[in-house]
Design a protein around this ligand. Structure first.
Ligand code: ZN
Length: 189
């Protein structure tokens, strides 16, 4: 019933580009928005995954990683966070655009290839139960499933539990984000 309703809606309403809302063939982004996405490729900081303008050899760290080492060992990102990619994230999280998850998950699986090869499990960041109830799904768990399938890893759903409902992260800077999730997970600093 749900599937046939979705098909009817697909016929009635053409799929729109997730960022500029122009009609597109199939799912996702129109060619113009797609061409503006900035995929992150080597060379990048071994620790933060932030791109370098030129290659200075393997294992190089950025000044930021040296001056202010993060709590994690290594991080990777698929695309630069800009106008286009932030709209994609927003569409997945708040716009019911679950059709974007397979594509975005594949980008993440590629960007994190090296890290995922060493990983025992993928742990999605949980939502507070109230937010999950309102949003009906956890986009992080959805992406984790796609990444795990692409790289032959397991997903440890439930390995983390969010005990505090934290305000939305949208529009917050790096330090405000860190502040915002303080106390959200037991054992977190
Ligand atoms: Zn577009």
């Amino acid at each position: 019933m749900r599937a046939s309703l979705a098909r009817v809606l697909d016929v009635a309403l053409p799929q729109l580009c997730a960022t500029c809302r122009e009609p597109v063939d199939g799912a996702g982004l129109c060619p113009a928005c797609w061409s503006q996405l900035c995929f992150i490729a080597p060379p990048y900081c071994e620790r933060l995954g932030t791109p370098f303008p030129f290659d200075s050899g393997p294992g190089m760290l950025s000044m930021e990683a040296i001056a202010d080492p993060p709590a994690y060992h290594r991080a990777r990102a698929a695309v630069r966070y800009d106008d286009i990619s932030s709209k994609l994230v927003h569409a997945l999280k708040y716009g019911d655009r679950l059709d974007l998850a397979p594509t975005m998950g594949r980008w993440m699986a590629n960007a994190g290839r090296e890290l995922l090869a060493d990983a025992d499990a993928i742990v999605p960041v949980p939502l507070h139960w109230r937010r999950q109830w309102m949003r009906r799904f956890n986009q992080s768990a959805l992406l984790a499933e796609i990444i795990a399938k692409a790289r032959g890893r397991m997903v440890a759903h439930g390995a983390l539990k969010r005990v505090k409902a934290t305000p939305h992260q949208v529009g917050l800077g790096k330090s405000e984000r860190a502040e915002n999730v303080q106390g959200g997970f037991p054992g977190a600093r």
